[in-house]
Ligand binder design. Structure first.
Ligand SMILES: CC(C)(COP(=O)(O)OP(=O)(O)OC[C@H]1O[C@@H](n2cnc3c(N)ncnc32)[C@H](O)[C@@H]1OP(=O)(O)O)[C@@H](O)C(=O)NCCC(=O)NCCS
Length: 387
């Protein structure tokens, strides 16, 4: 076999998967055969979890069973909360989440250690991870605000229960819809960097908690999940819809990047961005003059100004808004603080991560690419005093 360098693994196919497919040229995304637009309109996050885990949308009885099972697993062990209390209050929420997921693994040692060989143990780990990540994020937010933690409520759906644990009151339908739709849209996305890193970790027969810890660390970066926070920061910085065009022209002419624009795979509009733009319109239509409405207007003005700029100056790049661009509005409507946006991404994507690692365990081959060595050759060690 000849060595072929493919930087960034661009276009490389590393495994088969039945979870989701991204059609980058035409801007289409499917989970298990269903178009994302159809799912966003018609199903809840729990139904998507069922689809990703079992390959089928649930019937009523299956959905009720899954919801009850996840609701039952929401409370986290006290040991994790002790770790949380020891962390610095100004640590980045993604660093906190990464650390707490790792701690969850230590406290679920028997199943974690059995997972590579025991299918039932790995399913238990997967379910605990999906059920408990919202509890960890809400507990961290309450803790750093100096507010008492709020126990999960088994009668609420995944999104509503999270908002209840975050705010201390059950959400209204608008906030619940905003978060649930966001969770549906972000749940899986082919072999993105963090999902791939989770699969790499279990390909060594490591445990599910290590895999999700790896994935969260990978998701944190600004080229991946961290972009949503930067979009919100940009909307705040622009502040006024009338300033959007000048900001875009100045940034792009100065060779800067607009967060939430561009994608490695999509060469047209990311279909999730289309759904989120419509959702964002729907959400702000219900409120009068408000910061959310202003952010929505700034976002649409930025997107339109960027499209005009790229068309005039760099049509070759084919850059469009990605999922992070409009998700900022949905998360703001749900009352999520900006630096908890990327943990929200993790809270959704853990559905996909767990589906992918279960798939990887079931048909595993160690993932081990090679690099092209470009260092010096034929050197001989000199005694240390001569170096
Ligand atoms: C997503 C992203 C990392 C994809 O990167 P990639 O496939 O490696 O593409 P590159 O970084 O090689 O960029 C290709 C070209 O587009 C330009 N470009 C990419 N994203 C840009 C953006 N958001 N704004 C302005 N220009 C951008 C690059 O400057 C580069 O231009 P050049 O050919 O003149 O050098 C990139 O588009 C980006 O940084 N976007 C902003 C961050 C973001 O939204 N990330 C979340 C993705 S879900």
């Amino acid at each position: 076999m000849t060595d072929m360098l493919i930087k960034g693994l661009d276009g490389v196919v590393v495994a088969q998967s039945s979870k989701s497919k991204v059609y980058g040229e035409v801007g289409k995304l499917i989970y298990g055969g269903y178009a994302i637009e159809d799912l966003a309109e018609n199903v809840t996050f729990e139904e998507v979890i069922h689809l990703l885990w079992y390959g089928e949308l649930p019937n009523q009885a299956q959905l009720a069973a899954l919801k009850a099972e996840l609701a039952d697993l929401r409370a986290v062990p006290d040991g994790v909360l002790a770790v949380l209390r020891d962390l610095p209050l100004d640590a980045h929420p993604m660093s906190v989440l990464r650390t707490l997921v790792s701690a969850l693994g230590c406290l679920d040692n028997a199943d974690a250690e059995a997972a590579a060989r025991d299918e039932a143990a790995r399913w238990r780990c997967a379910k605990r991870l999906v059920a408990r990540i919202p509890t960890l994020i809400a507990a961290h937010e309450r803790h750093r605000r100096g507010q008492p933690m709020v126990a999960p409520r088994a009668d609420l759906a995944h999104a509503a229960n999270f908002l209840h644990m975050l705010h201390g009151t059950a959400p209204g339908p608008r906030a619940e819809r905003a978060l649930d739709a966001y969770l549906v849209l972000l749940a899986d996305h082919g072999f993105n960097a963090s999902t791939f890193s989770a699969r790499v970790t279990v390909s060594t027969e490591s445990d599910p908690y290590s895999a999700i810890t790896t994935a969260i660390g990978t998701l944190k970066g600004p080229l991946h999940g961290g972009a949503n926070e930067r979009v919100m920061a940009m909307l705040e910085q622009i502040g006024d819809p009338a300033r959007a065009k000048a900001f875009v022209d100045e940034t792009l002419s100065g060779k800067g990047r607009i967060p939430g624009i561009g994608h490695r795979v999509y060469k047209t509009l990311d279909p999730r961005a289309g759904v989120l733009r419509r959702l964002s319109e729907e959400l702000v239509a219900e409120v009068g003059d408000s910061p959310e409405r202003r952010y929505h207007e700034i976002a649409t003005n930025v997107a339109d100004a960027a499209a005009t700029w790229f068309e005039a100056n760099r049509p070759d790049l084919r850059l469009h808004p990605n999922v992070d661009f409009y998700s900022a509005i949905a998360l703001r409507v749900a009352g999520v603080p900006t630096d908890q946006f990327t943990p929200m991404f993790a809270m959704s994507r853990v559905a996909g991560y767990t589906a992918h690692i279960l798939e990887q365990y079931a048909d595993n081959r160690l993932i081990r690419p090679r690099g092209e060595y470009v260092g010096p050759l034929d050197r001989v060690v000199a005694p240390i005093e001569e170096r």
